[in-house]
Design a protein around this ligand. Structure first.
Ligand SMILES: C[S@@+](CC[C@H](N)C(=O)[O-])C[C@H]1O[C@@H](n2cnc3c(N)ncnc32)[C@H](O)[C@@H]1O
Length: 228
């Protein structure tokens, strides 16, 4: 952890504690209640009533989508924004077998030890440096049993925001103050997967039009599906 804090300092990233709370305060459901494209694509790989965790789940729009499609699935979510977790609990918490918690993924070991069949995340890895991504992959390895699935999206270098803002490191830019944004090349994802010895099932490139504060925004991304 300490090494990573030093890396952030070295790269000149001044992390603001409440940056994600501030973003969620701009508009309660900043991306609306529609599920992400990654969640839709993930369903092609999810068979049966399994146990899934959504890392960086925000206010749970994808979790609610999974619940609608897989009635008996047990679904957990974690997010480090108190505001996002509050949004879910105050407005959307009418779902059974869903548990959304306020947790920092970088401190995951202390709070979560369960085994999951599937680890899912949408646009989470882009918020970290590559060194931190490696660390998170190691954590994910501990969450999954043999044959467990990792399904995750990564904003790619083909995205229109690539190269905007202040350059902090290779493929890493500060577009919004205090929030690093790492853009992925396919080989970066392959390297992360090979370091934890997972088997790649698919790496797909896709485009999605998401709505941010009600305005359309086209995102270029990869979807990784890998097996432990
Ligand atoms: C781009 S948003 C995506 C939210 C959600 N996956 C979705 O698609 O609606 C990234 C989320 O990651 C959360 N996040 C950022 N850093 C985190 C950390 N260290 N641990 C857990 N969640 C984090 C943010 O609070 C935010 O909700």
């Amino acid at each position: 952890m300490c090494l990573m804090v030093n890396e952030r300092k070295f790269l000149g990233i001044v992390q603001r504690k409440n940056s994600w709370n501030d973003i969620y305060n701009l508009k309660n459901f900043i991306w609306g209640l529609q599920q992400s494209k990654a969640a839709e694509l993930a369903l092609n790989y999810i068979k049966g009533n399994l146990k899934l965790i959504d890392l960086g789940c925000g206010y749970g729009r994808d979790i609610i989508f999974f619940r609608k499609r897989q009635k008996n699935m047990i679904i957990d979510g974690i997010d480090s924004s108190k505001r996002a977790v509050e949004l879910y609990h105050n407005n959307l918490n009418h779902q059974i077998r869903i548990n959304i918690r306020f947790t920092d993924i970088l401190k995951l070991d202390k709070t979560i030890k369960e085994d999951y069949d599937i680890v899912f995340s949408n646009y989470l890895f882009n918020l970290f440096t590559y060194v931190e991504c490696r660390f998170i992959f190691q954590k994910i390895k501990k969450l999954l049993p043999y044959d467990g699935l990792l399904i995750s999206s990564f904003v790619s270098i083909k995205d229109r925001h690539y190269g905007k803002g202040k350059k902090l490191n290779e493929n890493l830019y500060e577009i919004f103050k205090g929030i690093p944004c790492l853009f992925f090349e396919k080989k970066m994802i392959e390297e992360l997967v090979s370091e934890v010895d997972f088997k790649i099932i698919d790496i797909l490139h896709y485009s999605e039009t998401e709505f941010v504060l009600g305005k359309p925004n086209q995102v270029e991304a990869y979807l990784l599906v890998a097996k432990k």
